[in-house]
Structures are given as C-alpha cells and as structure tokens.
Design a protein around this ligand. Structure first.
Ligand code: ARG
Length: 263
C-alpha cells in the first residue's frame, strides 16, 4: 500500500512538472501570450527608452508586433537578447516570433520561417565625418565593424582586404568608430540615420550596389503563426497603418530618430 502511495505521488508530481513545463513553454501557440524575442539595439526598429524612468522597449517593430498580437487576441511579451541569439531562440522554441529588423535570407530560411517583407532597407558605410569611405573599395585595409550574425557581416566578408570586427551591439560599433579603434561600419540606412543625427562627428554613405536589407518576422520552422500574421500585415499595408508607423518612426522629424540614438 505504501509502495502504491509512493508510486502515485511520484506519478502525480511528474504530471505536475510536465504541466508546469508546458505552461511555461513560450512556443505554445494556444496560449494568450506571444513571446517575441528581439535585439533592442536597433533604433528606430527597437530600442530601450528610459525617458519615463523605467526601461521600456519601443520602436517600429514593437508597434507592428503589438498591432498584430492584438488583432489575434494575444498579449505580447518581449525578451531582449543579442541579435546573434535570436535564431537559436526560435529553434529552441524559447520564442514564438522574432522581430528585429531581420532580413529573410535563404540561409536563415533553412532554420526558420518568415512572414512577408514589411520594410525595405539598404546598407551604408558609417565612418567619421570626412573619412571619405564611400564605396566598398575604399574600405580596403580598414577595420570595419559589423553586428555579429547580421547580413552586414556577410556583406563585409565579401569585401576583399578588410579587417572585419564583429561586435554584439550596434551602439558598441558606433562607439568603436568614435574612439578611432575601427574606421568604419556597415549599418542599415534607417539605423545609420538615427546614429548620425545623434553623433554629428559621424557620417554615412549609401553602399553602392548594396543588396537589399528588408525586414520580415521570423518564426520557428513549421509554426502556424505566419498564416495568422501575413493577413494582418496585408491589412496594415492597405489600410495605411504601416505607412503611419513608417512616418512615426522613420520620418524626417521623428523625435524617435534623435532620442533613439541619444548616446
Ligand atoms: N537586417 C540585418 C539582418 O537581418 C540586421 C538586423 C539587425 N537587427 C537588430 N535588431 N540588431 O541581419
């Protein structure tokens, strides 16, 4: 009898553990919470705003994610991790989605699924003002910063004769340029714009013939979410919501641009 009781208790606690583990598992698409991972070093896509005294992640991607979550009757939980850890987080099902200005490359499509593209961007060379680094050729012999795991790292790898310096966060890269430890960096136009607005000692030049660096939402492979997200993205494109958010976050006099990069 004692033994039976023991077995029963053991069985019960195993079941309980299982239940708790399942409940905590972010990638449970039936739950009311959508867990989104991002790398909040990328104004105006996503960045940390501490103006209210509390740290809050805000930006273009965050507004889109909240809109889509709401349309799906879900609340959003945002986890901030380094860009390089985002795809592994999806693969480990530690997140239901990633919005991080992430480009849907063929290489990444082997590991994750993507929504349709919601914003197009281009690559630029960021440097000290007057450095005259305007084409890939001018970067020969130079130390060039890129974000670890980004498509910009891939772009830099193809430029012969440069010393590539992969770093975890965009603001670290910007600080390295300002300190003169690296001469340039490859960064997306909209992000570069914000950092240049906040750092008048820097400039950016569009990288000629640069491949597009558009953004899409990433999901674990086989996730049912793209089918629910794409129609809302479509709707946002046709009802002007997306345009409104583009103006809010990327517009010339968007206060977000300056505040975003205020180092
Ligand atoms: N679009 C580029 C890529 O997919 C860079 C994105 C970086 N995003 C970020 N939140 N730091 O590789």
């Amino acid at each position: 009898m004692k033994r039976f009781k023991f077995l029963l208790t053991a069985l019960f606690s195993t079941l309980l553990t299982l239940l708790v583990v399942t409940a905590c598992n972010s990638a449970d698409t039936n739950s009311n919470v959508l867990v989104m991972a991002t790398s909040a070093d990328y104004p105006p896509y996503e960045f940390i705003d501490s103006s209210s005294g509390q740290e809050e992640i805000i930006g273009f991607d965050i507004d889109i994610a909240k809109y889509i979550a709401e349309k799906n009757g879900k609340t959003l939980q945002i986890n901030n991790i380094d860009f390089n850890g985002l795809i592994p987080a999806l693969q480990a099902k530690r997140a239901d989605l990633v919005m991080a200005g992430m480009t849907p490359t063929e290489e990444r499509k082997k590991s994750v699924d993507f929504s349709e593209v919601y914003y197009e961007a281009k690559n630029t060379i960021v440097s000290k003002k007057g450095a005259n680094l305007t084409t890939a050729d001018t970067l020969k012999g130079k130390k060039v910063g890129v974000q670890l795991g980004s498509i910009q790292q891939g772009v830099a790898e193809k430029i012969p004769g440069i010393t590539m310096q992969p770093l975890n966060k965009i603001n670290e890269i910007v600080q390295e340029i300002k300190a003169g430890r690296i001469e340039a960096a490859i960064i997306e136009d909209t992000v570069a714009k914000g950092y240049i607005a906040a750092n008048p000692d820097l400039e950016f030049n569009l990288l000629p013939n640069s491949e597009e660096a558009g953004s899409a939402i990433a999901f674990p492979k086989g996730s049912p979410l793209p089918a629910r997200f794409n129609p809302v993205l479509q709707e946002m494109k046709s009802n002007g919501k997306l345009e409104e958010l583009v103006k809010k976050w990327f517009g010339e006099d968007s206060p977000a641009l300056k505040k975003a990069s205020g180092a």
